[in-house]
Design a protein around this ligand. Structure first.
Ligand code: SF4
Length: 61
């Protein structure tokens, strides 16, 4: 099952992933996290990962 991982140390809270993909939200510290870390199928997560300015989103397949 693919897993979505956000490196919160790297995340600068720009919100790009949230805007691009409904499977991301910002936590109370303004850092992104997946709504669902384990998904049946990767959809918009890949686009979000490739648009993250600090390369903080990883997808394990
Ligand atoms: S796109 Fe990257 S830096 Fe911006 S909020 Fe998402 S994970 Fe954080």
């Amino acid at each position: 099952m693919p897993t979505i991982i956000v490196d919160k140390e790297k995340c600068i809270g720009c919100g790009a992933c949230v805007a691009l993909c409904k499977n991301f939200k910002l936590d109370s510290n303004g850092k992104a996290e997946p709504v669902k870390a384990e998904v049946d199928k990767i959809t918009c997560e890949r686009e979000a990962a490739s648009n993250c300015p600090v390369d903080a989103i990883k997808i394990k397949e």
